[in-house]
Write a protein that binds this ligand. Structure first.
Ligand code: UDP
Ligand code: MG
Length: 315
């Protein structure tokens, strides 16, 4: 197998026919041995039916049907686990990632790179809030981690079998695939493109899922937040010490003291806030630690037309 295309699907019934047609015409023109892997991530519409129809008609279409919605990153992971291609493309189903870019990605990969990611030159049809938060997130992450995770890139990319094999050795529960791929290293490069609007349907990424992905990215690839908690603890304690000296001075030397309601309230609220933030940060790491200790399988497959020995994967 030369090329596997991994397509996570969550309520994409309106996009699947066009997506498949466009992918097919691009890949047919490349004259490679290809497989299409659709992962149905607990869709509540007719997506599963559509991809099962495709799989029944075409021998190179595979599907993986999850037992429920496990999330985009896990869906992509399942696709990577069960892919067999020498090169693997990860692409969104909503046509925001143009299939027509795949030959370019593939061509670059053939020049001796192990990863070619697609970098967004511009993005259309997304709310200002989403663009702003995404930009902010990529830059914060870049500034607090040692590995260089490229800014303004999603998971649309092509990777070699070497990279897939390396990814399979990374058992973390909280996946942030673009970070993991950066962590792996090798020669990486990019191709720029203009990100289109979602062709139809609605985004499956709610703000809740986005915040979770952002926290997975940060906690998975940086300890800086923990250090910030520690440092702010020291800074606040230092300030508190100075205030204490002043209080003692005012009480015993200057004799100039008042029943200080305002200052008490301010310091209690401030200290309480700092402590809660610090505990919250520790909690985020701890929650992920405990998820990894449980060692549950990352996903449960309800059915698939790919022959696999076991239907689940234990890290
Ligand atoms: N997706 C998924 N599971 C989810 C949410 C999304 O498999 O829980 C898929 C979705 O079908 C699409 C891709 O992940 O192929 C990207 O999602 P979406 O376009 O909704 O995200 P956005 O582009 O708005 O960030
Ligand atoms: Mg999208």
């Amino acid at each position: 197998m030369d090329l596997s295309v991994i397509i996570p699907i969550y309520n994409e019934e309106v996009n699947i026919p066009t997506l498949y047609a466009r992918l097919r015409s691009v890949l047919d023109a490349m004259h490679l041995r290809c497989e299409y892997i659709f992962i149905n991530d607990g869709s509540r519409d007719r997506s599963l039916e559509l991809i099962q129809d495709l799989a029944a008609r075409e021998t190179d279409v595979r599907y993986i049907n999850f037992s429920r919605n496990f999330g985009h990153q896990i869906a992509v992971t399942a696709g990577l686990d069960l892919s067999t291609g020498e090169a693997v493309v990860i692409i969104d189903a909503d046509l925001q990632d143009p299939p027509e870019l795949i030959p370019q990605l593939y061509h670059k990969l053939q020049q001796g790179f192990e990863v070619v990611y697609a970098k967004r030159r511009s993005r259309q049809g997304e709310s200002a809030a989403k663009k702003f938060t995404a930009k902010l997130f990529y830059r914060i992450l870049a500034s607090i981690t040692h590995i260089s995770i490229p800014v303004d890139t999603g998971d649309f990319r092509i990777v070699s079998r070497k990279v897939v094999d390396a990814l399979k050795q990374m058992p973390e529960q909280n996946k942030f695939i673009r970070g993991q791929i950066s962590w792996i290293g090798y020669r990486q490069t990019y191709v720029e493109y203009d990100r289109a609007e979602r062709a139809g349907g609605e985004t499956g990424y709610t703000y809740r899922k986005m915040i979770r992905l952002a926290l997975d990215g940060i906690t998975g690839f940086s300890d800086v937040p923990l250090k910030v908690a520690t440092v702010s603890g020291f800074v606040v304690s230092g300030l508190a010490f100075l205030v204490m000296l002043y209080t003692l001075y005012a009480r015993f030397v200057a004799g100039d003291y008042q029943p200080g309601w305002a200052s008490l309230m301010v310091s209690i609220l401030f200290l309480g806030g700092v402590q809660l933030i610090a505990i919250g940060i520790i909690g985020e790491y701890l929650a992920r630690l405990s998820a990894n200790v449980r060692r549950r399988p990352l996903y449960i497959i309800s059915d698939t037309n790919i022959p696999v020995p076991e239907l689940t994967r234990v890290p």
